[in-house]
Design a protein. Structure first.
Length: 696
């Protein structure tokens, strides 16, 4: 459909960076090396969270997310994927909905987006094996179609994002490990098969294979697999009437067909050098459920949508240098995809009136380095990305848009008590230089490049025997407006605003992570101030516009608790916050930030029963929220929600030397059949009964 598919500009702009990558690979191949276990004395090991060593509390084998505290002062939770009971062939949205302290909402485009501490989707970075997948046309990614069949571990970093994560990592980061994983994660199972069906006939299946091949100099881990999902519809809660009973008793236009595949290879030499390749993608066709609260909802379908992401990484391992010891890593990320949208005249979805197509190409280069600095360590990261989007609306001529993003960050991690264990008290200070430019802007005039700075200071202190770790810090980060925010009218729904300024977020947090016997958890108090916040504003005639508002502040407390009582595991989480929009120019009826409840939390429990049976149950509650209603040019209030989930399962041993196991599960999603709205007019599914079997 599009003729402008040349990536020549990408590679001409990034050739110097590619040369740097080749230099790292040359060092990987030729230089003297140290063993992986022989790290520099009194330094900290890079762990699950890249560039930010985490302090894992003593692990216990429970099916809950594990709280961690980073050396840089940020709070995080991490979990292996095999500890979550997700549906077969899960997407990132399915997984993150099970994690505490994060909200996942479906928007009117049918996309699932994250929110952390009142910070919306474009302010949360998503990295797969260190490669950002949220740098693109929209500077965010639709979590409802990103497959995680290949993922081994998920880490959620909240608030104090490292300056080494790259540009636009403003209010937190979701780190997905595929070819790279924390040492606490067991090796992948050689064979995994998962299949499921629900009471509406929706079906899904996933297959994963892996093997470890020893070599004379190390070992190679190979993995591959894929998944398939076919959904005819989502059910509606009992008290939400169907949009048109003659068309469907279920949620209208909520079908999806989704297939994904992945390959992953990692070579680790005994000397510490390593190479990693991760490649995954999906192809989907799906509907977009219409909003129920407006007379002019989006009547859309995605007749075709595909995306393929590849990350190639290499590292030297720790090595002797003239000034001490250090290591280098480099990665290249290729992110290609196309999205087609059809618009319809009415909710029968039988008459196409127009459409839009988007062709996206993003190339990212990341260079990472660590070096000893006395008893401390110096870390650095350079991230450069260029994204190109070719848009065709109806039968008009293609319009091309481009944006480049750049970030160079340095952090110093230093022990405070050099005479004691270096991990007991550490401080981290970092600065970054960030830039963005939009050299090609379709029919609009290009903007001049924008340069700004970021900074962070934080630390951790282990108390007593290390069962309690205090963390805290301050940070300043910036997010540049996305191309779509600046130049897209979203098929007539938005009035464009190419004069948007960057958002600036200041964060302060103080927390404690603890593990005492069978009890553990985390408590974090935070204050965040977002200036020049980009928000949706009703401008009349049923249209919206993105504008910079004065500031959004959030003051809150996050709580995460887990405990073991014999065969019973209990976990609870809560986010209590006060989010305020301050803008003298805002109308009196548009003063509440959208979709920011003062309370969001829940309780989860799992009970091991005799003869291999087990059961899990969870209840979650969300306080009232507000949304901007385009028909009324004002805000409306969404009621509070409470919903309940239940699972019953049994494990069967399959025997053999591999100790394979089969789990059979009956799950009741939203057993209470509660009306839970992600956004105005967009209800979540009602009661759904699933049957699932997994072999691993």
């Amino acid at each position: 459909m599009h003729n402008d598919r040349s990536l020549g500009a990408f590679f001409s702009l990034t050739a110097p960076r590619t040369a740097s990558l080749l230099a790292v690979l040359a060092l990987w191949a030729t230089g003297p090396a140290r063993g992986l276990a022989q790290e520099p004395r009194d330094t900290v090991q890079r762990d699950t969270v890249p560039f930010d060593t985490i302090y894992n509390m003593e692990p216990i084998k429970v099916r809950v997310a594990r709280p961690v505290a980073t050396a840089g002062g940020a709070a995080a939770v991490t979990t292996p994927l095999d500890s979550l009971r997700t549906i077969p062939a899960p997407t990132l949205a399915d997984v993150l909905r099970q994690l505490p302290l994060i909200q996942i909402r479906e928007n009117s485009r049918g996309e699932a987006q994250p929110a952390i501490r009142g910070m919306g989707s474009r302010r949360v970075a998503v990295l797969v094996d260190g490669v950002p997948i949220t740098l693109g046309w929209d500077n965010r990614t639709d979590l409802s179609v990103v497959p995680v069949t290949a993922a081994r571990e998920i880490t959620l970093v909240r608030g104090l994002s490292s300056v080494l994560y790259g540009p636009n990592a403003l209010g937190g980061a979701v780190l997905v490990a595929v070819g790279e994983a924390n040492g606490n994660v067991p090796p992948p199972s050689p064979f995994q098969f998962n299949v499921g069906v629900d009471n509406l006939g929706n079906a899904a299946a996933a297959l994963g294979l892996s093997t470890i091949i020893p070599t004379s100099s190390g070992e190679v881990t190979l993995r591959g697999g894929g998944g398939y999902r076919n959904r005819s519809a989502w059910p509606l809660p009992a008290d939400v009437p169907p949009a048109d009973p003659q068309l469907s008793e279920n949620r209208l236009n909520s079908d999806m067909e989704h297939g994904n595949a992945f390959v992953s290879a990692r070579y680790e030499a005994e000397s510490g050098r390593w190479l990693s390749l991760t490649s995954f993608g999906f192809k989907a066709e799906r509907g977009v459920p219409p909003e129920r609260h407006t007379v002019d909802p989006r009547l859309w379908r995605y007749p075709d949508q595909w995306r393929w992401v590849t990350a190639l990484s290499a590292g030297t391992g720790w090595r002797q240098t003239p000034w001490g010891e250090g290591d280098l890593e480099a990665s290249v990320g290729l992110d290609f995809g196309e999205t087609f949208i059809d618009t319809y005249s009415d909710i029968a979805y039988d008459s196409v009136t127009g459409g839009e197509s988007g062709d996206d190409r993003t190339l990212s280069i990341r260079m990472l380095g660590d070096h000893t600095l006395g008893i401390g360590i110096l870390r650095g990261a350079l991230t450069a990305a260029e994204t190109r989007h070719v848009e065709v609306i109806d039968d008009a001529n293609p319009e091309t848009y481009k944006q480049w993003l750049f970030s160079l960050g340095l952090e110093v991690d230093q022990p405070l008590l050099p005479d004691l264990d270096a991990s007991r008290a550490r401080v981290s200070v970092g600065v970054s230089v960030d830039g963005a430019g939009t050299p090609v802007t379709g029919p609009a005039d290009p903007r001049d490049p924008i340069w700004t700075w970021g900074a962070r200071a934080g630390g951790t202190v282990a108390i007593g025997d290390g069962s309690v770790v205090l963390n805290g810090g301050l940070s300043r980060r910036v997010r540049f407006p996305a191309l779509r925010e600046l130049y897209s009218g979203a098929l007539g729904r938005f009035v464009v605003n190419p004069e948007l300024d960057p958002e600036v977020l200041g964060v302060a947090e103080l927390g404690a992570t603890y593990r005492v016997g069978r009890f553990g958890g985390q408590a974090v108090a935070f204050y965040q101030r977002l200036t020049d916040a980009i928000v949706r504003v009703s401008v009349g005639d049923g249209k919206l516009q993105r504008q910079n508002r004065d500031k959004i502040t959030s003051l809150g407390l996050e709580l995460l608790i887990d405990a073991l009582f014999g065969p019973l595991t209990v976990a609870a989480d809560a986010t209590i916050q006060n989010v305020t929009l301050t803008d003298p120019s805002a109308p009196d009826d548009q003063r509440n930030p959208e979709y920011q409840p003062w309370f969001n939390g829940g309780i989860f429990g799992t009970l091991r029963l005799p003869r291999g049976f087990w059961t899990t149950a969870s209840v979650r509650h969300q306080a009232p929220r507000y949304c901007v209603h385009p028909d009324f040019d004002s805000e409306v209030k969404l009621a509070s929600n409470t919903w309940f989930d239940l699972e019953l399962g049994k494990s069967f041993g399959l025997g053999g030397s591999g100790r394979r196991r089969l789990d059979a599960v009956v799950a009741f999603d939203n057993l209470s059949d509660s009306s839970v709205f992600d956004q105005c007019g967009l209800p979540r599914p009602g009661r759904l009964v699933r049957f699932q079997m997994q072999i691993f």
